[in-house]
Structures are given as structure tokens and as C-alpha cells.
Ligand binder design. Sequence first.
Ligand code: SF4
Ligand code: SF4
Length: 446
Amino acid sequence: MGLFLKGITLPKRLSAPSLSLIELAAPEKVILPLRQYVGEPSEAIVAVGDSVKTGQLIADASDTHRLPVHATISGTVTEITAHSDPRGLHVESICIESDGTDTWLTPPEAQQPPPDTDNMVTRIHAAGLIAQGPFSTPLAYDLVPVDQPKTYLYRDGTNVVQKIDTLLINCLDAEPSLGVNRYLASTHNDTLEQGIAALKAITGATRVVFAVDKHFSPWPQLNEIVQNDEEEATCITALNGRRFPTGLPIPLVKAALSREVPLPYGHPRDVGVALYDLHTVIAVGTSTTSSAPQTTTMITLGGGALKQQGIATVRLGTTIGSLIDSLGGTTDAAKIICGGPMTGMAQYDRDTPITKEVTGLFALTDTEIQLSGEYRECINCGMCVKVCPVNLLPGILSLYCAKDKFDLAEAEGLFSCIECGACDYVCPSRRPLVHLFRHAKHQLME
Ligand code: SF4
Ligand code: SF4
């Protein structure tokens, strides 16, 4: 354990999220993008003026590259048009005005887990689950069936294929400011064990490792699962969650399992690991044992400018503006961010909806965002090199990217960058390093 030595330790204000549970009423309006992941959009099967009920299928998905969309409140479809999403993209979206009753089409019922893995994956897909991450994908597409291992890696003209042996459950969060997984790790979740059983069956993993934050104990349910495993193939690994970016996939696999994901283009599955957030594992358990599709998501609400901070279950499609209003508003917010302060995206439109990809909503004050002003030339101080968890030379990369020398940046390892933002955070010249890297990747992929 503990091979992950780089990265940064964030101050307490950025690593101690409030884990109080906030109850929220259903919103009066939702905006549901037809694409809430990397992939193809779904096709709307309702029209403006239609009445819909909560849980009703409103956009269909013909394959695992796209996901079905369900109404998250009952009411009337008022618009089907392009709306900005949390990534700043314009995506065709279905808008629903509430009828105030929140009536389900069919109230969710408990059901027996399917006996075979194909049907498990079918239910996961029908529920509309995604695998969250920088490139969120439909979960059914991301899952690695035991008899069809996947890889993105090619070496010597052939695919490198590795069987999955370990289910690594991320009970930390992508950033220390986010708290959903750490909150769930400290509470009891009715469908966690079903989720683990389904993911073991689908991926073929024989071992389960819970990666937890040592600062957020105890984990009573996780301890019970470990003790009840007669095969002794389940364990808990406690990591320093204040060290950033321990909660991101590549560093997490290294810190929890001492395995190195090959970069660039590697994936935890290339070293035999199926890696999922605790939040996702619980959702898998729910989708395989209940008829309810995903209509909500659990997110962290934080930042010094937000009147209430904590963890909340939010209806998908709730607009950022109405969510902030329902929390009592903000005081002197200098920046609104979807995701966490280190890796999230700044938001400028109150009507942007909370989607399946969103892990947090932060309203930051001036002091929290360390207003940077103009960025300056690189002074070759090397601080970015010291913290980069994947051993890149961010300063040099940024020079190539800023001068549009994208091929040189690629040769220098641009696609190994996991966009954690640690280099940005320490750069005394306030260079917008991650912004430059994202732009360069985008240009190369085009
Ligand atoms: S270069 Fe990429 S991986 Fe390295 S610290 Fe910067 S953002 Fe993180
Ligand atoms: S931290 Fe900033 S100034 Fe220092 S080497 Fe890196 S990019 Fe240059």
C-alpha cells in the first residue's frame, strides 16, 4: 500500500465536507438532457404538451452506448430544446413543469435479483445508470462481462486483455471536498450487498476491496460484510483521503492495490480491477432488486457562499438556480461549480440542470477560489513536477499547449494527464494548466 506519494494535501476548508443530510422537496421544473454521459443521445418519445408521471420513460435507448431517460417529476412536457448542461455543452433536453402531485407511473416494487448476468446488465441499463468519472459512460457499456474482457490497450498489434480479479469499491470521493461516498460508507445501505453480488457475478471478480478514508471512520456495515465473508476475500483498506488526488481512479488503484495502470489510455480493467464508487455499487443493488429507474442522484453541497452545506438527494434535472434557492441562496458567491472545486466545471447559467454526472454543487467565495488575476510566464520552479501523480512535466506540457504544438504535447504524455488540477493548485505563476491540457486534448481528438 501507499505507493502514491505525490499529489497535494489540501487545507481543512477543502477537505472536510459537511456530511449532514439535507432534505429537499421535489422541484417545480426539471430539465432532462437526452445525453448525460459520453456517448450518443437518446430519442425523445414524448411531445410538448404531453402529461408524464414520475418514473415514466420519456426517451428511449436502443443500445448500451446511450441511456433511457425517465421523468423525475410528474407534470407536463413544456419544451424539447437544446439547453446548456454542466459541461457547457448544448444538449437536446426535455423540460417538465410539475403538476405538484409527484405521482409515479407505477410505484417502485421490490423484485428478485435476476438469476443470470445478462439480465442483471439489462436491468442496470433499463434503470439508466452511468459510471461516473471524467468521461462518464453508460454503466452497462462500462461493465466488463467475465467472458468478454475489454481493453483499450494495443501492444504489438494485439489487444492486451486482462481478466478481472478484484472489485475495488471507492469509498473516498474524487476530491476531498466531496463527501457522498464517505457519507454512504458510514451509514447502512439496504442494497449494498446486492450491488456487490451483482458486480462480482458480472465482472468475475473474486476479491472485494473497500478503499475508505481513514479520517471518516467508522464503517459499521463494511466491517460486517468483511466479517461475514466466509471465504475471507473481502477487506478494507484505509487511505489518507485528504491527500489529493487519492480518490481518482489511477492513483486509487496504485494506493489501494499497488498496481500501476499503464498510461496513456490505460484503464483499471487493464490491471484486473473493476473500480466503482460506493454510490454506484448501491445504485446497482437498487436497480437489480427494484423496478424503480434512477430519478435522483446524491450530491455534495458545499462552499462558503452556500447558506446550507451537506449531502442531499436531488431530483435529476433540478436547475442549479432552483437548488440554490431551496437551500436559502448564497452570500457573496464568486463562482458556482458543478463537481468539486479542484476538478469541477464553472457554471454561468441558473437553468443548467443537475445531471447523473454531477457529484457536487459548490458556491465559492473570493478567498476560496484564490482569485488569480492574470497568469504569468512559467518560472521553471518545478513545483508542478513535484506534485503530478502521474509523473508528467506539466510546465513543459503547458508551453507546448499554449503555442499550439499539440503533437509535441502528445509525445510528452498529454494523454496520461488525469486532469486532477494539482499542478494548477501549486503553480505560483497561476498558469491555467488543466485548461490548456483539456483544450489540447480536444484539438487532438478532433
Ligand atoms: S499534469 Fe495532469 S495529472 Fe499531472 S498534476 Fe497536472 S492535471 Fe494532474
Ligand atoms: S509550477 Fe508553474 S511556474 Fe512552476 S514550473 Fe510548473 S508551470 Fe512553471
